[in-house]
Every structure is written in structure tokens, then in C-alpha cells.
Design a protein around this ligand. Sequence first.
Ligand code: ATP
Ligand code: MG
Length: 366
Amino acid sequence: MTTRTSNDAFVEFERVQKSYDGETLVVKDLNLTMPKGEFLTMLGPSGSGKTTCLMMLAGFETATHGEIKLDGQPINNIPPHKRGIGMVFQNYALFPHMTIAENLAFPLEVRKIGKSEREAKIKRALEMVEMGRFGGRRPAQLSGGQQQRVALARALVFEPELVLMDEPLGALDKQLREKMQFEITRLAHDLGITVVYVTHDQTEALTMSDRVAVFNDGVIQQLAPPDELYEQPANSFVAQFIGENNTLEGEVKEIRDGIAVVQLDDGELIDCKPINVSKPGERTRVSIRPERVEFNKSRLKPGAHTLKAEVLEFIYMGDIFRTRLRVAGNDEFIIKTRNAPDQVRLEPGAQIEIGWLPEDCRALDA
Ligand SMILES: Nc1ncnc2c1ncn2[C@@H]1O[C@H](COP(=O)(O)OP(=O)(O)OP(=O)(O)O)[C@@H](O)[C@H]1O
Ligand SMILES: [Mg+2]
């Protein structure tokens, strides 16, 4: 018997490629290692290859190149029913002609689990999602959120070590979605399950995950914990895709001592943190988060850089004020300020000065 520590890789993609037509690669060169118990989300725009990755891991699709391993074993060598993978897909509906309890019994029967053990497991799984009283009903007699909870219970009832979820909450309204997000993460954590979760909702990804893999065009753009993705986007795609972001275009003039001097297209020079620029002459997109911009001079920290701006629009949003500015030729420059008693409301037409710290300003690929 082999022994394993909790640090060992549980799910591994090694140089995985996938093509459906033998020509275009929809997954280009995927490398990903997950430890047991991790909650990892694949986030990305439509068509970026998320479902394809999940399907390869589940064994419904085979990789064109590379290898996928589960618990140290190449997945091709493990028959599907021995993979111990639970699945919840948006369109993976409950069986309508069966009761809720029969729906949950199904994966257990497939695994040849005896009647008394089956009943105990079904009871426990339904109680876990607070659906204990509904075993005798049919899916059509439940609300959408209740059906979703049953689908989750059905994926967990045979105590899988790995659960794959593809947009499981896509059909639910915002309130129920948020409740289910919380329940899923709590259950996964309590049961120590490893989860690969797919969504194109960035808030969902940021709030639920230990790590997020941002996909675009069949390539993982960045794989990092939520705070790192937001605070330290590795490239322009991630900066634009995660959260709100301001960009100013320019050219690198100089890089020294960890500072890139960038000349914006309107001529202004600013100091930035060089992320993926390496030499003078390169085009760059400078990225600054709206909440890192300060317009109140007294609050500008020493070393902050300032630029002139014109107020175009002021939007009251309750907890925050959202102000749209024209900065260095960009009419979509957004700043966000907390609604506090002493916070100034900016009037459209006003000429102001804004500023930020060089470390909050990232020089990315153009
Ligand atoms: N069975 C298939 N046969 C041929 N092409 C496919 C098949 N499934 C997916 N594709 C193509 O592969 C690419 C990736 O699709 P995939 O379903 O993995 O994207 P996704 O990231 O899950 O997108 P979405 O957010 O829309 O669900 C797309 O260009 C898609 O058209
Ligand atoms: Mg998909």
C-alpha cells in the first residue's frame, strides 16, 4: 500500500492539450496541480475551455496530448465508476420520474451498495442540504433552489473524494445563488472534498475559492488565490477580467530600481510597477484599480503621483460613490469612494487632481 501526505498532488494536468477537430486546440498547454481538499475555480469567458477541462477530468472526453492524473494514477487507467467523482452540472437534471430519494439511491445502486446502508446514506445526504423532509417528492414538486440542493446531495451521497461542478448555480436568482455558494463551500470544507468548480461569474469565483484559474483561449492566464488575482493581476487580460480596472495607454521610457517610467499617450510621465514590460520603447497598458485613486489632496500619501482630471459623471450608489472622469484622454476612468459624512461629492465639469501610489499602478502588456 502507498501512503500519502495531505501535501501530495491529488488532481494533476500535465501538458494537456485538447482538439475536437484535429486542428484547433481548445485547450493549449494545461498544467495544474491540486492538493486534496482544495476548492479550485476555473473562471473565464465563454468558449475558453473550462467545460472541456472538466469533461476530460470526468473521463467523458480524452486529452489529445498530455496526461491527467488522479491521486497519482493516470486517469485512463481508472474505470469511471471507480474514479469516485461526483458531478453537478447546470443541465444535468434530476430524473423527473423518480422521487428525490430514488434519485439519490441511483448512484449508490450503481456502486452496489446494500439497501440499509443506502437508506442511511440518503438520509444523511438530504439532511446535509436541509432537504430531509422531501425524500418522497418528485423533482417537479420542488423549487429551483431545492432541486439544486438535491442535485448537490446526489453528487455527494456516495462520498466522492472529488466533485466537479459546472455552473451549478447558473439558473438561480441572486439571493438563492449567494445562499447556495455559502452552502457548497461549507459542505466541501466540512467533508474535506476536493472541488473543481466552473463559472464565468467572477464574484462567485472570488468568494468561494481557495485558488482561481483564469482561462482565456484555452490557456490559464493566471492561477492564484482570489486576493492575489485582484491585487496582482499578471497581465492585461486578468486585470480587465477580474474586478473593475482603469487602463491608460503609453510607452515605457525607462526601467530602473523596480520602477517603470511610462509616458502616457498625452505626454505625461508616471511611475509604475513593471509587471510584464522589460525594456524602453515597449507599448504598455497601465492598470489602476478604481478604489486606489485618491482625489482629496490632504489624503494623498507622500510619493503619490498626480494627474489632472475632469469630472464627467457622478453616480450615487448608496454605500459608494462612483465617479467617471476624463484622464489622459480616457473618458472611462472610474474612481470609487466610500460614502462617508465628510466625503466630497464631485460635480460634473469640475477640474480636479487625482493621485495614487506607484505600487498601485501596474505596467502590463499592451
Ligand atoms: N463536443 C464538441 N465538439 C466540438 N467542439 C467543441 C465541443 N465542445 C466544445 N467545443 C468547442 O471548444 C471550445 C471550448 O468549449 P468549452 O465548452 O470548453 O468552453 P467553456 O469555457 O466551458 O465555455 P462556456 O462558458 O460558454 O460554457 C469552444 O470553442 C467550443 O465551441
Ligand atoms: Mg462551459
